[in-house]
Each structure stands twice: as C-alpha cells, then as structure tokens.
Write a protein that binds this ligand. Sequence first.
Ligand code: GSH
Length: 288
Amino acid sequence: MSKDKHKDEGYDPPKVWKWKKNKADPFGGMNRPISGATHESKLPRGKHPFQLYSLGSPNGQKVTIMFEELLAAGHKDAEYDAWLINIMQRDQFGSGFVALNPNSKIPALLDRSGKKPVRVFESASILLHLAEKFGAFLPASGPTRAECFSWLMWQMSTAPVIGGGFGHFYGYAGTKLKYPINRYAMEVKRILDVADKHLANNRYFCGKHFTIADIANFGWLNYLVRGDAYGGSRFLDTASYEHVGRWVDDLRMREGVRRGLIVNRGGQMGGIAERHCAADIDAALARG
Ligand SMILES: N[C@@H](CCC(=O)N[C@@H](CS)C(=O)NCC(=O)O)C(=O)O
C-alpha cells in the first residue's frame, strides 16, 4: 500500500499529535484530551433513593426507561429523581458530576437506597446494577443470562460506531469526508443487519422475555429506524430493516418505554427536563 493511502483527504498527521482548539468544531471545543472537572458545581439532590443525572439522548434513555419499566412492573422502591445534565452547557465537567463519573458522560447514578451511597456510571453498568438490585429484566441463570450479557455488551460496542463515528462525520462535521462517511455507513448498516437477522427469529433480544438487552438497544435502534439518524435515515435506508422496525414498534407500545422516553428532555427536544414524581410524566403525556 502506498504511503498516500494512510492520508485522510489531505491531512498529513504531524509526528506527535497536539491539541489545538478547532473553531470549526461543531461542539465548540467542548471536549478536551484531558479529563477532570473544569469548574466547581454541586449537584442537586431530591428525596428519592435514586438520583439520576442524565439527558434524554439514546444513552440516557436507557436508564429512564429502566426506572419507568421497574415502576410499571410494581417495584415501588424504584422511585427516582432525574436531573438534566445539559452537555452543550458543559454540565458534565462540573465537580459534582465528575465525582460521580470521572469520564464526564451522561448517564450517572447515585444510589442512596443502601447504608452507604453508591455511584454508578456507564449506562450498561447502571442497567445491571438496577436489574440485580430489583431482580428484574435479567435472567437469573443459564444460557439466556449469558445471551443477555452478550447483547448488552454488543450494544455498548456499537453505540460509539453509530454516534461517535457515523453521527459525527455524517451529521456534525463541518466538512463531509468520503472515507469516514463510507466507513461508518457500512458499519452502521452491518450493525442493523446483525440486529435484523437476530430479531427475525426472536421476539426480544434474548428470546421470549423483555430484558435489559432490549432496554439498552432500544434508544439507538429507535433513533436509526424511526428517528432521523442524524439526518441520514434515507441515506442508510434504515426503513428496510423490517424486523428491527417491528421490534422497535413493539417496544414503543410499552408504558415504561413511552414514559422513559420523555424524561430529561428540554427545549427543542420536547418532553420534561426533570422528573421527580409520576405526575411530572402524566402531565407531559396529557399535554401530548
Ligand atoms: N459509554 C457511555 C457513553 C455515554 C455518552 O457518550 N454520553 C454522551 C451523551 S449521549 C455524553 O455525555 N457526552 C458528553 C461529552 O462527550 O462531553 C455510556 O453508555 O454510558
């Protein structure tokens, strides 16, 4: 392979990469190559055992759907306060949030239901923590438990490809570059095909029963096949994945999913910015 094949559309990488703030960055230089808090900021606390700090993006939806599914299934102890972390306003870099998640990404949870408060970050870790705590949406043993872990971790490995890869280069980047768009379009379509073939023979990701593998996968697959997929749903022909569409539509009928989807959304996203009791969601649903 010639040396030129390693160059990306005119970019000749220096020997050692150095961070320069890029004015063309659609996120206004929000992200940095260093971790940690950029400012002091205490997180608000509500009265419930679970304090969730999040945003209604596909990663955040996983946890609000989980709480609403737990409540819908009769787990009264799953009451939670959901606080909005506005990542465009850099709330994720406040000292209080970073103490909960050193990785500065939503969602983050403070579980105060036990003797000592426990912090939990990473959406799959939060789903597992809650599933084990309530004995819900996770097969207790055997092959379906292993299958559930597999599809849960599969989802976690695919999200950065969909969002950080396709979403960034197709949806957000100031210049549309052929190489990364082709690369990530192919990967996203492959991911959709994996899910489509699996869901052709399975009602849910782990067979007959709804589990946290469904909750984890719903946000991103819903956004791809029933949302605008960063403005790329036609480009990716996401409507052609009919089994994913069937499964997404089934889940959208669930009470917990409908309720969880509208939490931690504000402004143009619609829904409610914060949730402190069931009535907050009831009122939003009644408004339509
Ligand atoms: N692997 C993480 C990813 C979370 C994530 O990427 N969150 C995004 C929003 S969807 C975020 O907080 N971005 C803020 C930033 O990058 O500064 C998880 O699943 O919890």
